[in-house]
Design a protein around this ligand. Structure first.
Ligand SMILES: [Zn+2]
Length: 267
């Protein structure tokens, strides 16, 4: 006699992080759900059934997913999907899609599977909306990195020296392997990559951490602050993930490693 497993049906609002073809007709979809966190699911016949899925599995899309789960089965089955929001800017503008893709890949790499985190969902959702509204992509990516690392428990420490626990008087040095700064008195030369963190960068970092995403446009960091934090965070993220992300390489190619403000880009 065949054993009977309980079938559970549910629906959840989610942001699509990526999808890839699976076998002849299916798609493997990675998504971040508002109440379940990072998830992977299979959409059967997704490549053939446009009626059930449409363009729902394109990255950056917010949809309501209808799920079927069986007991003791790892992969969720996605039965159908309703598109709630699909940003246009992220599909048509290279600068926006490059920065947005880094955000999606960071969530995919750093968030633990099956762990609900509604704050991370809100952050991602707000960042996509701000990109769609034309906020400077590189600025937004820096803010996103700062807030995401904090939400996932990887917040770097830029205020006190890791070694002597005092507030560095001038420029501090960020040690990406330790995720924190040391003051000039405690700095010793070593083989590790080291990055300057000025008082301005550290101040901006803590301001961005505290500020709500809706108000983030009020912050106006200098190009030097953007560059310092960009380099320190890139290096720290590579340490954390133990690899370079393809999306980061792409971003670098798109921006040719030169931080450019949104106003200057069209020139
Ligand atoms: Zn020190």
């Amino acid at each position: 006699m065949a054993k009977k497993y309980n079938l559970m049906k549910s629906k959840t609002e989610s942001i699509i992080l990526s999808s890839m073809n699976l076998g002849e007709a299916d798609k493997l979809v990675t998504f971040f759900s508002i109440d379940r966190g990072l998830q992977k699911g299979v959409a059967k016949n997704a490549r053939k059934s446009f009626r059930r899925f449409g363009a729902a599995f394109e990255a950056f899309t917010t949809c309501r997913l209808y799920l079927h789960e069986r007991e003791f089965q790892d992969l969720i089955r996605i039965e159908s999907a309703d598109i709630l929001f699909q940003p246009r800017m992220l599909c048509t503008d290279l600068y926006y899609s490059a920065a947005g893709s880094v955000m999606l890949e960071l969530v995919k790499e750093l968030a633990p599977l099956h762990e609900p985190n509604s704050d991370t969902y809100a952050l991602l959702s707000q960042a996509i909306a701000l990109l769609e509204n034309g906020e400077d992509p590189l600025f937004l990516l820096r803010i996103f990195e700062i807030k995401l690392l904090s939400l996932l428990g990887y917040q770097p420490k830029l205020d006190y020296c890791l070694s002597c626990n005092t507030i560095p008087k001038g420029t501090a040095i960020f040690l990406s392997m330790k995720g924190g700064v040391v003051c000039s008195d405690c700095m010793v030369s070593s083989g590790d990559a080291q990055f300057r963190i000025s008082r301005g960068s550290s101040g901006f970092y803590y301001q961005a951490l505290r500020m709500d995403m809706e108000k983030i446009s009020r912050l106006k960091p200098s190009p030097e602050i953007m560059q310092e934090l960009g380099q320190a965070f890139s290096s720290y993220l590579i340490q954390l993930m133990n690899k370079r992300l393809k999306s980061m390489e792409f971003l670098r190619a798109v921006y040719k490693e030169i931080p450019v403000s949104a106003g200057e880009r069209g020139a």
